[in-house]
Design a protein around this ligand. Structure first.
Ligand SMILES: NC(=O)c1ccc[n+]([C@@H]2O[C@H](COP(=O)([O-])OP(=O)(O)OC[C@H]3O[C@@H](n4cnc5c(N)ncnc54)[C@H](OP(=O)(O)O)[C@@H]3O)[C@@H](O)[C@H]2O)c1
Length: 444
């Protein structure tokens, strides 16, 4: 399993946060990478991979879906190693069985089935999770050291409705049984919450945990998690493939901290940043615990300190500070229960752009130009959205019990001197929703 340029390996779910880093490091080490993605026609899923050093020469994209039997047969043929990383990771699920458990469990068995038919594959590295380790019902307190002998208990996951944790627990368990029966060499990597720079242009769940803290949240979660840098996670995957003596499971946790400590570190790093000042509840803070680093160290992993990982995450989020991120952040908080008790003026972006050019071209133009098609309260916005999309789930009540903030008017006279014809709010709203749909920010 020694590192070797020219070897062919497969990475499943290559567009994802962790997998993108695995692909990058594999290409850097000279491997030829067969990368699977669900939708190779989606630029947001592949452009960042195609731009990686070595991609032009040694990256090959394949379409594959975890839920389709035999989907991975062709791609794993001829590979020496397979990194199975694809698995859904999000919390806001409506149907846990269909959305999380089936792709994780059936998907893993699907990939392993394809591998069982491919004699070239010498080792599989499975991206499992600390989720499949730490939830066995044992208390987790500061003197407790979690290690690779721990296995999460599916019944406890079900009782607590920890669906993502359950999906990873069932998937890893089934994988061990399958590889034993089919004589496949498998090594697992079991990271905690992964942070650090994002290569992909869309927000992933673990980076969202940091974005939520710096994006104006009033409270922080009363939760304690382990944290690990994405580059260490990707490196561990490749080491697990290359170090021939590697076997079994590898927990990857640099440090376990409560969210209050994360906020404190963020404050030390960015003193002017507005950060949440209190916990989401009045309960005592969920205690910390330890996670053994011994097994991970056998892979030669040097752990990036949490402070560095946090800084890298924030810098990366700042750098990508575009519409995509904010839209996704809002999407992650989807299904709002309430609408803001606020009243704003609204205007179509095309009218705004046109007004800028008119203001330049119309020689008599001077002074200031307010641009507002209509002023409405959010309740009216919701009503218009309902008229446009009657089946859409929309918030039904205001965020507070106060009277609605009243409307007002904004003069259009000055703007009209530029020849602006205002697009009606209904049209602008529809255009916005259709654009969000087209870019797959919303699924309606
Ligand atoms: N991030 C963490 O903190 C963390 C910690 C421990 C373990 N993990 C594990 O690491 C892996 C990657 O997670 P991530 O954080 O990198 O998440 P991510 O960015 O959301 O990536 C998940 C990947 O899984 C793919 N996927 C989901 N459903 C699929 C399906 N039905 N068929 C094919 N591909 C599918 C996604 O493909 P699309 O791009 O097409 O959606 C995406 O490429 C997962 O196994 C996760 O459980 C993550």
């Amino acid at each position: 399993m020694s590192s070797s340029a020219g070897k062919v390996v497969c990475v499943t779910g290559a567009s994802g946060y962790i997998a993108s880093w695995i692909v990058k490091l594999l290409l850097n080490r000279g491997y030829t990478v067969k990368a699977t993605v669900r939708d190779p026609s989606d630029a947001r899923k592949i452009d960042h991979l195609l731009k990686l050093d070595g991609a032009k020469e040694r990256l090959h994209l394949f379409k594959a879906n975890l839920l389709e039997e035999g989907s991975f047969d062709t791609v794993v043929q001829g590979c020496h190693g397979v990194f199975h990383t694809a698995s859904p990771f999000y919390h806001d699920v409506k149907d846990p069985q269909a959305e999380l458990i089936e792709p994780a469990l059936k998907g893993t068995l699907n990939v392993l089935n394809s591998i069982a038919k491919s004699p070239n594959v010498k080792r599989v590295v499975l991206t499992s999770s600390i989720a499949a380790v730490a939830y066995n019902g044992n208390p987790r307190t500061p003197d407790v050291v979690v290690d690779e002998t721990w296995f999460s208990n599916p019944d406890i996951c079900r009782e607590s409705k920890m669906w993502y944790v359950l999906s990873k627990t069932l998937a890893e368990d089934a994988a061990w049984k399958f590889v034993k029966e089919n004589n496949i060499d498998m090594v697992t990597i079991n990271p905690a919450m992964v942070i650090g720079p994002l290569l992909q242009p869309v927000l992933n769940t673990s980076a969202a945990a940091v974005l939520n803290l710096i994006n104006g949240a009033e409270t922080f979660p009363n939760s304690t998690f382990g944290w690990i840098n994405v580059k260490d996670v990707a490196n561990a995957h490749i080491q697990a493939y290359e170090v021939s003596s590697a076997s079994g499971r590898h927990c990857l946790v640099e440090r376990v901290v409560h969210f209050s400590e994360l906020v404190k570190t963020l404050h030390d790093l960015y003193p002017t940043l507005k950060l949440p000042e209190k916990s989401e509840d009045d309960k005592p803070y969920v205690p910390g615990y330890q996670v053994s680093k011994e097994k991970a160290k056998t892979l030669g992993i040097e752990f990036t300190p949490l402070e560095v990982s946090l800084k890298e995450t924030v810098e990366s989020l700042k750098e990508k500070n575009g519409l995509v991120f904010y839209a996704h952040a809002m999407f992650l908080k989807k299904c709002a229960e309430t609408f803001p008790n606020s009243t704003f003026g609204w205007i179509n972006v095309k009218d705004v752009a046109n007004a800028h050019i008119q203001a330049y071209e119309v020689s008599s133009a001077s002074g200031r130009h307010c641009l507002v098609e209509r002023v409405v309260h959010f309740s009216e916005l919701v009503k218009t959205l309902h008229d446009l999309y009657p089946t859409l789930k929309l918030p039904e009540k205001s965020e507070d019990d106060k009277p609605y903030v009243p409307g007002y008017q904004v003069s259009k006279e000055k703007a009209k001197t530029l020849g602006i014809e205002f697009t009606p709010l209904e049209v602008s709203l529809k255009e916005t929703v259709e654009s969000l749909k087209e870019k797959k920010f919303v699924n309606i």
